[in-house]
Design a binder for this molecule. Structure first.
Ligand SMILES: [Zn+2]
Length: 310
């Protein structure tokens, strides 16, 4: 759906490989369930590596207007299939974390069906399934599961499908320490799917209480990619905290991570995936005179945690 969010797509192909592996458990699965997959709803966005489609429209805000061909295709398939369960697969930015603090490596949402966030039968099913997946991943010592904001937005596909009475689960693959290629969250999504469809004995016959969904910590915007503490910016006396964010850019058919200046005086509750205490050290951002937010930084850090000259 979002062209620059491919982690869950990779995990889906891992899952397809597993369920076609001719094991008894996967044969049983395929005798009970039929899977329909749109592996790439937004091919133009994928080619351009943008969230939006070629017309600049966010397909996940087009569920009511159905102004785009892709949205019409998705809705027509939904109406024709009348599925029992929908999975809506995404990546979330590295800014999201949970209390701890820890990066939210995988987040879930059982989207609301109305503005009152009523727990409709469809939503209750989605919540219970999310609890099941969360328990399974947690049992494998990964406690980095978050819960996405459930404010109702009828323009979002998940909210629209849930209000049509079909349980829908939003997956948001996120950041894991030092893993910008997201292989860790890819494995989280894979194991979540294993648990969802009872493909491991450890996830079978475990009754879950859907209300546990609300005990999953809520996602918070508490991370920046790089934070420098106790910095003297351009020679000023006061010590400040400054932050930087990576942008993923397509360069020669490859994704490269470029660092951009994000903010001066970062909130005290914000943490860095990489952080350094410069102990009063002086930082020059772009020039001796100007600090330009959203300006590309070429010589601070590289993605392998190497501290470079500023
Ligand atoms: Zn997305």
């Amino acid at each position: 759906m979002h062209g620059n969010e491919s982690t869950t797509t990779k995990a889906l192909f891992d899952f397809f490989k597993f369920i076609t592996s001719n094991k008894q458990v996967t044969k049983d699965l395929l005798s009970k369930h039929t899977f329909y997959v749109l592996p790439m709803l937004n091919p133009d966005g994928a080619a351009l590596y943008t969230r939006e489609n070629a017309n600049g429209v966010d397909l996940n805000r087009d569920a009511q207007a159905l102004s785009q061909r892709e949205s019409k295709v998705l809705r027509s398939i939904f109406d024709a299939l009348q599925p029992d369960l929908c999975l809506n697969m995404h990546d979330q930015r590295s800014i999201f974390g949970i209390k701890g603090p820890k990066p939210a490596t995988l987040s879930f949402l059982a989207p609301s069906a109305d503005i009152l966030k009523t727990i409709t039968p469809a939503r209750e099913v989605a919540m219970g399934l999310i609890v099941k997946m969360k328990n399974y991943i947690k049992a494998h010592h990964h406690n980095q599961i978050g819960r996405f904001d459930d404010s109702y937005n009828q323009n979002c596909v998940g909210d629209s499908f849930t209000s049509s009475g079909v349980p829908t689960i939003l997956f948001e693959a996120g950041h894991f320490k030092d893993d910008y290629s997201r292989e860790q969250s890819r494995s989280f999504v894979f194991y979540a799917l294993i648990a969802l469809f009872d493909l491991d004995a450890a996830s079978q016959n475990n009754s879950v209480d859907y209300k546990e969904y609300f005990n999953i910590p809520e996602n918070q915007k508490i991370y920046k990619d790089v934070v420098l503490y106790n910095v003297r910016v351009d020679g000023e006396d006061t010590l400040q905290t400054i932050s930087f964010q990576y942008k993923e850019i397509i360069h020669d058919q490859n994704i490269v991570f470029e660092l951009y200046f994000d903010a001066v005086e970062v909130d005290k509750d914000v943490f860095g995936h990489q952080y350094f205490d410069l102990q009063g050290g002086k930082v020059l951002v772009n020039s001796h005179q100007n600090i330009v937010i959203d300006k590309k930084i070429s010589t601070i850090f590289d993605i392998n945690r190497n501290l470079m000259l500023i």
